[in-house]
Every structure is written in structure tokens, then in C-alpha cells.
Ligand binder design. Structure first.
Ligand code: AMP
Length: 179
């Protein structure tokens, strides 16, 4: 299915958002398109049908949209990773470096059980800072991170390579050159 739809064509690029010099790769146009949404979700789901995934972890906020659909497709549950202060029960957190400063993400402390086979999903990987912190949360919880899947890779930021260096299998659908 994915081959019949040009996923890359359906992603809109907004220059200088959220700040000057950034090319924001906007997937809202992709997920608003019914064939685009289906092709994207299928391409992120089908490789894992036989991978014995126990649960899908998605990163706020666009990772919830794609990850939720992937979890549904695999017939598994979904676990959210959120920005600090948003989850109601006991959490574990992980800080990571931004260009200027630090950010922190959280996951419920009881969301993953020892040995759970986890698929991590987000819309995009750039520097890999967010995904690396998510990997740490999953591993600290005792989860086995089977793979991390993204719609978009920005390879010039090196995040996918960084994640592979942490022994994570990384699967991406399209890439955009440049910063
Ligand atoms: P990073 O931690 O640098 O890999 O950034 C990944 C996160 O930031 C993802 O959750 C993306 O949604 C968002 N992000 C970073 N850069 C971009 C970009 N150029 N366009 C759209 N989203 C981005």
C-alpha cells in the first residue's frame, strides 16, 4: 500500500517555524489525507506484525496519533511518554539536552513490565535527543526496545545513527536532507 502513495509529497514544509532557520516538517497534511494516513500507519505496522510486540510507546504529541494507530493495528496497548507534569500517576522521568537548555519527559512508572517487548513510535527524528531519552525510560522500566519507528528522518542531524549506536533498531519511512 505504502508504495502507491507518496508519503513525502504529503508532508508540508513550513520555513522558519518555530524559529528562524528551521524547516518544520508538518505531518498534519499527511494524516489529514485518508490514503496518506493509511499508507503511513501500514508502513509502520506491517514490519512488526510477527515481531511479538507487547506494547507501543508513543511520544507526545504527534507520536500519539501515529503510535495509537500502530498499536491498534498490532492489536496491542499504547503507552504515552509526555512532557513533564502531564501524567497523573507516579512517573519516572528523563532529562535531555536541547540546543539551549534541558527538557524532561515522563512515563508512568508502572506502564511497562519487566521483559515487555516495546515498539517506540514518533513522527520525526532529528538530533535523536527525545528518542534517546525515551529509550532510557523504556530500558530503565525493564522493557526490551525491539525497534523505534518514525515517519520522518532528518539524517543530517544524526539522530537515527545515534540511536543505532545505542543498539536500537531504527525504521524510518522518508527523509529530508538539510537542517
Ligand atoms: P529530536 O529530539 O531533535 O530528534 O527532535 C524530535 C522531536 O522534535 C520530534 O518529536 C519532532 O516532532 C520534533 N521536531 C524536531 N525537528 C523538527 C522539524 N524540523 N520538523 C518537525 N518536527 C520536528
Amino acid at each position: 500500500m505504502a508504495g502507491l502513495v507518496d508519503i513525502k509529497e504529503l508532508i508540508r514544509t513550513i520555513p522558519d517555524y518555530p524559529k528562524a532557520g528551521i524547516l518544520f516538517r508538518d505531518i498534519t497534511t499527511l494524516i489529514a489525507d485518508p490514503t496518506g494516513l493509511r499508507a503511513t500507519v501500514d508502513a509502520l505496522t506491517l514490519p512488526y506484525v510477527s515481531a511479538h510486540i507487547d506494547l507501543v510507546v508513543g511520544i507526545e504529541a504527534r507520536g500519539f496519533i501515529i503510535g495509537g494507530a500502530v498499536a491498534y493495528g498490532l492489536g496491542k496497548g499504547f503507552v504515552p511518554i509526555r512532557k513533564k507534569g502531564k501524567l497523573p500517576a507516579r512517573t519516572i522521568d528523563q532529562a535531555y539536552d536541547l540546543e539551549y537548555g534541558v527538557d524532561t519527559i515522563e512515563m508512568h512508572a508502572d506502564a511497562i513490565r519487566e521483559g515487555d517487548r516495546v515498539l517506540l513510535v514518533d513522527d520525526l527524528i532529528a538530533t535523536g535527543g527525545t528518542a534517546t531519552a525515551a529509550t532510557a525510560l523504556i530500558r530503565r522500566s525493564g522493557g526490551h526496545l525491539v525497534s523505534a519507528a518514525f515517519v520522518v528522518d532528518l539524517p543530517d542531524f544524526g539522530g537515527a545513527e545515534k540511536l543505532r549506536g545505542l543498539d536500537v533498531d531504527v525504521h524510518t519511512l522518508v527523509d529530508f536532507e538539510g537542517h
